[in-house]
Design a protein around this ligand. Structure first.
Ligand code: HEM
Length: 510
């Protein structure tokens, strides 16, 4: 390498010699040597800093100059991640000089999530640009705790009861369409996009009721795909027209317009004495309650931002959860049969009436199915955090300030000591209250842990349960297994590479 540089310099030197006057020739040479000296020095410094930070942890001995493991981050694979996680409970990697400590053990993952003094959530670079840097999700410390207290009121059991009715009707509407399409063409088709669409409409109806017109719901669904696609670990640094981040920002503006519109309509409806029919209504009416002591001055923009953060946090994770739920059930007809028997018992064969919370409470097997499906294929496998001060994660290693520290959940959720035969889809493991799965709830990191633990976890599990329950009773679904069904595509969250190809048909009611 050094020889090559000198050879190149010689060529340039000789080439310039033939025509350049001596003074220019000398200064050109000096310029080249200085430039190469500086670049060489910087590259050497980069390696020295990397090795100093890495210390004894597993990871590349030398980092690829400037870009580090950028190529891997462009097209991540589960195999690549697994290799990294298996290299040690703590391991390191560098991408564009961002020093990253990966934590794969349960102990370290939880320690990071529960150490707000040292580490706070850090979205991928595009995150702030796409969500908007003034969104509540970027609050930390007491500001975050206080804000979140208000938002917790949107997920009470009373609120979930309101949402369930909306979810039920949206799921039925989409399944009717799926079945109509299947009658026209009974061949197997991927549910990747149709499930995402059903999920988006469910979210928008739950969050904003029917204040947003049907055509806008469809457009939001289409545009939202730009947001999903922009969530790569590393993006083109400037959001110039044509870039993924630029398109995602335009999509956010479009979505925000409709969310603000819904907030204004909700406030009007509640002021006129309406009954809460969606999350925004519930929020407005809570603020108007005489006993309510919290903040009351949420503007339409602020409410829209909160709802946007919910869409952002849920759309990809929920779609992944629903799609893998279908795939797991279709691949295990015996388990699907047990789900159906439970539906039959709890709903007493009446599948026309909407599901209620009380019914869902009784569907213990279905809840175990949802929990197990999310364990096997956790939609969110890891969350990036950033160290705001040196973080003594154990007695031998302190994560340097400014580093990314990424707790991964996958190994915790596939720990064979806690979940024997971890790759087996086995809902029964959740039915034994004293079994190792239930006795080690600290391992179930599907929704994170600590102050930023998923605020929508109950809502999320309820949504997946409802979608699978209605699908199980209304449809037959057969999985067309392809060589890519078992492979995982990482598009922000996990999806089967072939999009889960299902052959659907209406299920004859007994
Ligand atoms: C299967 C579906 C879902 C999964 C797997 C999931 C998972 C997660 C995870 C792992 C975190 C980070 C936790 C941490 O840092 O410790 C998180 C945060 C969050 N999730 Fe979810 N989530 C899901 C659905 C939802 C839904 C439906 C909503 C909203 C309705 C939601 C709203 C949020 C919010 C707002 C945060 C940030 C909380 C904070 O910073 O205080 N999520 N989620």
């Amino acid at each position: 390498m050094v020889l090559d540089v000198h050879a190149a310099l010689n060529v340039l030197h000789n080439a310039s010699y033939s025509y350049a006057p001596p003074a220019v020739q000398g200064s050109t040479l000096t310029w080249f040597y200085t430039t190469f000296g500086i670049i060489g020095g910087l590259l050497a410094l980069e390696q020295a800093v990397y090795r100093y930070k890495k210390r004894h942890l597993p990871g590349d001995s030398w980092t690829i100059p400037v870009i580090g493991r950028f190529a891997d981050s462009m097209s991540p694979t589960m195999e690549g991640y697994q290799k990294q996680w298996d290299s040690g409970p703590l391991s390191v990697v560098s991408v564009f000089n961002i020093f990253i400590v990966m934590a794969s053990s349960n102990q370290y993952a939880r320690k990071i999530l529960n150490s707000p003094m040292y580490a706070e959530p850090a979205l991928v670079h595009s995150g702030k640009l796409v969500i908007g840097s003034d969104n509540w999700v970027f609050l930390t410390g007491k500001d975050h705790v206080d804000y979140r207290k208000v938002l917790n009121l949107l997920f009470t059991r009373k609120a979930l009861g309101i949402y369930l009715g909306l979810q039920d009707s949206v799921a039925r509407k989409h399944y009717t369409k799926w079945l109509d399409d299947a009658v026209a063409d009974p061949s197997a088709k991927p549910i990747m996009m149709t499930a995402r669409q059903a999920n988006m409409e469910t979210s928008l109806r739950v969050f904003c009721g029917y204040y947003i017109p049907e055509n806008a719901v469809e457009e939001i669904n289409d545009k939202y795909w730009c947001i999903t696609q922009s969530l790569e670990l590393v993006n083109f640094p400037l959001p110039l027209p044509g870039t993924k981040v630029y398109k995602a920002i335009q999509a956010r503006k479009f979505v925000m317009h409709w969310l603000e519109f819904a907030a204004s309509k909700s406030k009007l409806a509640m002021a006129e004495g309406g009954t809460p029919e969606c999350m925004m209504d519930e929020w407005v009416s809570i603020m108007a309650e005489p006993g309510y002591k919290g903040r009351k001055d949420f503007s339409n923009y602020e409410m829209a931002q909160v709802v946007f953060s919910f869409l952002f946090a849920s759309q990809d994770a929920m779609s992944s959860g629903v799609i893998y739920g279908f795939q797991h059930l279709a691949d295990h007809p015996d388990i699907l049969e047990k789900v159906r028997q439970e539906q039959e018992r709890v709903r007493m064969g009446n599948y026309e009436d909407p599901l209620t919370l009380e019914m869902l409470d009784e569907m213990v097997y279905l809840q175990a199915v949802v929990k197990e499906s999310l364990r096997i294929k956790p939609p969110v496998t890891m969350v990036p955090y950033k160290c705001k001060k040196p973080f003594p994660i154990n007695e031998n290693y302190t994560v340097p300030v400014g580093s990314m520290v990424i707790p991964s959940f996958y190994n915790s959720l596939h720990d064979s000591e806690i979940y024997p035969e971890p790759e087996k889809f086995y809902p029964e493991r959740w039915l034994d209250s004293k079994g190792s799965a239930n006795s080690n709830s600290q391992n179930y990191l599907v929704f994170g842990s600590g102050p930023h633990k998923c605020i929508g976890l109950e809502y999320a599990q309820m949504t997946i349960a409802l979608m699978l329950a209605n699908a199980a009773v209304l449809m037959n679904f057969e999985h067309e297994i392809t060589p890519r069904s078992g492979e995982v595509e990482i598009i922000a969250t996990l999806f089967p590479k072939d999009g889960c190809r299902l052959r659907l048909s209406p299920r004859a009611q007994a």
